[in-house]
Design a protein around this ligand. Structure first.
Ligand code: NAP
Length: 335
């Protein structure tokens, strides 16, 4: 069936300025790491993209290797774009990345100019695009000079194949250096994409401060810690969950697992008192930083996207709530 986006799509979403750039990103963005690949239902993927766009999610995040097989998430996204969203390209911010293993041999991963530029060309073909809005160095390369990796990003922007440059999972010091090199080249670093959630807080130890000083935006990936920060695992592992499908099992006898589940159970009570689900509170908590541009969620069904977007109905935390959350996360709140 042909798709007409909802007229109301810009009514409820907040759009936050990304660093000091001219670009705004939706407070909630959708990533296609899981559930959009060659082994997933294309109809479900399509329903999720449509629902997201209808709710004001203008930013879709990909990478060369998202699959399985690697590349298939970009191919499927390209299909959905051409079927449903071709007329709306100028309303979309599409990102891709390169850094992890993509093809055999010495030029298929890390941060060389050779790999990054070839990979972007492949991504554009897979998605049927002339340009991506943001292209990321997916991870720092300990062996390639940072000048070369940043020079490749600068080249992509100058050649019009990417509009903005970003970095992902760079440490505080690497971020400072990358920002300096990019600035000197005349292509400012738009954005950093780090992992950040109640269970992964490394960016609080200085990175957020560096991003503020350097006027770089921040988009936090895995704000739900891949589903752990929802209420779904409180009563066991559902077969259709990410953990259930992976064939792995949470080891309920393991003390680390028990400690996480016990914390989520307590956090869930705070969420309920705020009139939110656990997932909504986890997203709101990530967005509480003034420098946080967007929370980059994943989803396996349209209802999860609706739930995430509704987190915006309560983004405010009282000091008491924040302290109670800290106490639970620190394990100082035995029940
Ligand atoms: N730069 C990097 O190195 C990097 C690394 C990882 C991810 N990322 C980006 O970040 C994006 C998001 O990562 P992520 O998928 O780990 O994010 P996430 O938001 O932490 O986890 C998403 C998963 O949580 C579950 N979920 C979501 N909403 C839920 C709800 N309301 N109730 C219960 N369960 C819910 C779903 O899994 P199930 O329903 O299947 O259980 C969903 O697939 C990726 O797609 C990618 O774009 C980037």
């Amino acid at each position: 069936m042909s798709y007409l986006p909802a007229d109301t799509r810009y009514d409820a979403m907040r759009y936050n300025r990304c660093g000091r750039s001219g670009l705004k990103l939706p407070a909630i963005s959708l990533g296609l790491w899981y559930n959009f690949s060659g082994v997933d239902s294309l109809e479900n993927a399509r329903a999720m993209i449509r629902r997201a766009f209808d709710l004001g999610i203008t930013h879709f995040d990909l990478a060369n290797n998202y699959g399985p097989p690697p590349g298939s998430a970009e191919e499927n996204f390209g299909r959905i774009l051409s079927q449903d969203l071709a007329a709306y390209r100028d309303e979309l911010v599409i990102s891709s990345k390169a850094g992890y293993w993509m093809w055999p041999g010495p030029y298929g991963e890390w941060g060389s100019r050779k790999y990054l530029i070839a990979s972007l060309d492949q991504s554009l073909k897979r998605m049927g695009l002339e340009y991506v809005d943001i292209f990321y160095s997916h991870r720092p390369d300990p062996e390639t000079p940072l000048e070369e990796t940043m020079g490749a990003l600068d080249h992509m922007v100058r050649s019009g194949k990417a509009l903005y440059a970003g970095i992902s999972s760079y440490s505080l010091e690497q971020t400072r250096q990358a920002a300096q090199i990019l600035r000197a080249l005349g292509t400012p670093c738009l954005i950093h994409q780090p992992k950040y959630s109640m269970l992964h807080r490394w960016i609080e130890d200085g990175l957020l401060g560096v991003l503020a000083e350097e006027d770089i935006g921040c988009i936090a990936f895995s704000p739900l810690s891949q589903g752990l920060l929802t209420d779904k695992y409180l009563r066991g592992v559902p077969a259709d969950s990410r953990i259930g499908k992976s064939g792995e099992q949470l080891d309920w006898g393991d003390s680390a697992t028990q400690a996480i589940v016990a914390k989520v159970r307590q956090l869930n009570e705070i969420a309920q008192a705020r009139g939110q689900t656990m997932a909504q509170m986890a997203i709101a908590w990530v967005l509480r930083h003034p420098g946080m541009t967007s929370a980059l969620i994943g989803a396996s069904r349209p209802a999860q996207i609706e739930e995430a977007v509704a987190a915006q109905q309560n983004l405010h935390f009282t000091d008491e709530e924040l302290q109670a959350i800290e106490a639970i996360l620190a394990g100082n709140n035995p029940q």
